[in-house]
Design a protein around this ligand. Sequence first.
Ligand code: NOJ
Ligand code: CA
Length: 664
Amino acid sequence: MLSKLKEFFARVFKSRKPLLEYNGDLTSPNGRIVCRLTLKKGQVYYSVLRDGKNLVRDSRLGMNLRGDEPLYNGLMLVRSLNKSFDETWETKWGEAHYIQNKYNETVLYLSETGGKRRLFTLRFRAFDDGVAFRYEIPPQPEFQNLVVADELTEFNVDFNGYAWHIPAFQPDRYEYNYERSPVYELQHSVHTPLTIETPVGYAISIHEAALYNYGSMTLKLNQNNALMADITPLSDGAKAYVELPFNTPWRVIMIGDSPLDLTTNHMILNLNDPPKEDFDWVKPLKFMGIWWAMYVGEYTWAEGERHGATTKHTEEYIDACERLGIPGLLVEGWNNGWNGDWLQNGPTNDFIHPSKDFDLKEVAKYASSKGIELVGHHETVGYIDNYEKQIEEAYKEYADNGIHYVKPGYAGAWMSIQGRREFHHSQAGVLHYQRALELAAKYHIMLDVHEPIKGTGIERTWPNLLTREGARGQEYEGGALYPSHATILPFTRLLSGGMDYTSGIFDVTNNVKRMATTIAKQLAYYVTIFSGMQMAADRPRFYEEVNPAAFKFIQDVPVSWERTLPLLGHIGQYYVVARQERGTENWFIGGVTNEDEHRVRVNLDFLPQGSVYQAEIYRDGENAHYRENQLAIAIETRKVGKMDYLDILMAPGGGFAVALKKIQ
Ligand code: NOJ
Ligand code: CA
């Protein structure tokens, strides 16, 4: 192996005349984006322009290594290659049925001029809606593995831009409220996607794709006031231990003419590989849950008088799913480990044995006799050592009982891995989430991961990863969620993939977890927040008895889409989107606003010429308000066509949902 490598490198150097200086422009297929690549004084830089305007100025690339020389200076260019690619691929499920993956690529093969003459490659892609690049390091005679001390990648954006950010390295992982501030005010590391409204009018979002075997990227300002990668460290401070060959995740700069334009950017999925198996068993799901009853204190996760996950309650919920036409049911608190303080029980939580009052086999049999899919639940509290001892048997037990969906949770401030405290988002965490996902695939299990690693598009390769939480969801209602939150997510968190927001709470006025929304806004979420698994999160009686007319929308709305058309939006203020149901000609529209009332005119010109649709409109009723009058909802039906528009007033903290069913 080694002698072969040596021969290879000798050949490369003999046949090429390395360049000490280089300037090259990589242009997007439509010519609007230029990624300018420069090698000067032994270092490589890139910059990005859109329509001739500078979005990212000269930004340094490279990494510091532990126990080895840094890999960023004293470089020469051995060879460069260009190629173009254009392919349209079919998704298994998602926001669009078909996605075009079209880009131009430049690959720079670099070598150090002295020392060990180590080699590495930089692969750049320019899409019509952004730029991506990654480091690729081949194995070399004197370079077989490495320890990344720091990745030096810069994203030197104009620091006058306004960034929407949540803090990194905090105990509640990604579950924070977004703040908006000029880039130059970013004091601490922030998570990606980091969406920035640039001073020249475009919107960009910096993120990563295909995160495997590496710490996840956060961003911080460096001494030059440039944003720079700040890779989540392991407990010993290293950012990643890797063996060569190794490719870093893609570093991605999504670019839109406006924030709304970003919301259909598919670069993150496109930068991932197609699946290696057929995954035909994967199916998106709508589900209810023995869940919200615990949040409002009606049930408990722990055993006892008010235990939620009993055989009896589960069978009642299964009956309700059948009556209401909701094909799935999540059951939390079914296993041993919830009694007492469950957050403290993490090290000993039992994922295999049910509590005395829960008969897994019987419940599974009952669900299957009614055609209802059970969604199993594993709350690890981040104790990975304990979980990994049981995970395969636990998945197998579920699979043997015909349970194909699992919601894992990692609700701890840390992960405990090999006895060490690690960040969820460190290389150790990333490796665990990946092991769990691949094992789930082996047992044909689909996942809804709570407290997950952020989305980096790997669901293209692993479509059984149907959704994640990974931001503040409705469990934070009752004081910690603002009406604006749902108008920020589509432009930030949701650029990384779908989210389980646990929508559809109709008991909005409850005293324990009072929602900061109107009831119409709860319906809007099914369209504004994409998720491969959508929860109808309230208790069945609120759907059957309290508001069956509004519940009809949750029954009708699909989980997977043919096409997505963002219509109107302003980060933090309002957002309106239309989506076509996959495989039909029906359309659904959702709109949400912040604490201010907002009136929108929704043109229906996306409907096909000559067709007639029945519009079922669910909007805030008269004087609706997220604090004073949450329940006021108006439901109306009328015939519409391509030339029509809807004039809708969203109440403070409100929203609307529309089902457009083709009748002719
Ligand atoms: C946090 C999850 O986000 C929530 O949905 C779940 O109910 C709790 N952990 C308990 O597992
Ligand atoms: Ca959570």
